[in-house]
Design a protein around this ligand. Structure first.
Ligand code: ATR
Length: 283
């Protein structure tokens, strides 16, 4: 593997750390980015035992590693461990990207910008001036709020099974835009332009209780999960005539592209990588 990407330059080490990690698509994505941009990198997946995260990062840095992606369940621990944070990481309360420079660990969070780029650039979905409904108030929802609000939506409502968590999350971000939150029964009686599912419901084959009259005529529905088959929320969106019904595969590749850019200062092209992953998913 090292030979393939050695364009006459020293190979820099990167990795994704998580638990579980064996199904991570990050090594394939970053290897495709490296081929495409002729960057000499080696990107591996590292399984980290619960309780062993700090040690694992220390070992990786000590052997000259240049950068890490961090996934479940270590994103909050990574936030605590880093020595510097970007504004979006600060607000997300979670770090999914670490850039290592000497004894400095710079922490960023590219999940939200990954979502926003997939919506706006790949799918031409406008967010400015729109009514957005975000389902879920866990780590995944928190991670995307700052970049979503940066687009100046007209309103953003967070709906969650446990209403108080949505209210608390909305109040944490109240300085950043017109944001409120509550239970599904508290969703304002208005039409939404963009509905994003950041709950874990799709993983369980479940669908949060959404009113039938939720969607605007040209609504876009986005599930941050992805799978070979449409999720229950995507099926609901199709039944309710959403104009665009999307899963989170593009977000996965876009967040990776932003991490790659942070490390290498080169923007990889994402369209062909998304298409390749989509084909593999459908096999
Ligand atoms: P993540 O890091 O993926 O966001 P999390 O922090 O555990 O994971 O949050 C999971 C989110 O999915 C929560 O908003 C959760 O709702 P609660 O806060 O009420 O637990 C939501 N969720 C999980 N299963 C759900 C289901 N079957 N229906 C609706 N919401 C669900």
């Amino acid at each position: 593997m090292k030979d393939i990407f050695d364009f006459g330059k020293k190979i820099d080490d990167y990795a994704v750390m998580g638990n579980p990690i064996s199904h991570s698509k990050s090594p394939s994505i970053h290897t495709l980015f490296a081929e495409q941009t002729q960057q000499s990198i080696l990107y591996t997946a590292i399984h980290v035992d619960l309780g062993g995260f700090k040690q694992a990062v220390g070992n990786f840095a000590a052997t000259g590693g240049k950068g890490l992606n961090i996934t479940v369940p270590f994103k909050q621990e990574a936030w605590e461990l880093v020595t510097e944070r970007s504004e979006r990481a600060e607000r997300a309360g979670a770090v999914n990207t670490i850039k290592i420079e000497d004894d400095k660990l710079f922490g960023d969070n590219t999940d939200g910008v990954g979502l926003v780029n997939d919506l706006m650039i790949n799918h031409s979905i406008e967010l400015t001036g729109k009514n957005i409904l975000l389902m879920g108030a866990g780590g995944a929802a928190r991670g995307v709020l700052n970049p979503l609000l940066k687009q100046n939506p007209s309103s953003l409502f967070i709906a969650n099974r446990t209403p108080d968590k949505a209210k608390d999350l909305a109040s944490d971000f109240s300085d950043a835009g017109n944001i409120s939150g509550g239970g599904y029964e508290h969703i304002p009686d208005e039409k939404f332009d963009v509905v994003i599912n950041a709950t874990a419901a799709s993983l369980q084959g479940e669908l949060p209780p959404l009113p039938d009259t939720l969607l605007n005529d040209n609504a876009s529905c986005y599930d941050m999960m992805y799978a070979a088959k449409p999720t229950p929320f995507m099926l609901w969106a199709t039944e309710h005539n959403a104009e665009k019904v999307l899963d989170g595969l593009g977000m996965l590749v876009e967040q990776a592209a932003e991490s790659f850019y942070i490390w290498r200062d080169v923007k990889p092209e994402t369209k062909t990588v998304i298409e390749k992953l989509r084909k593999e998913l459908e096999l």
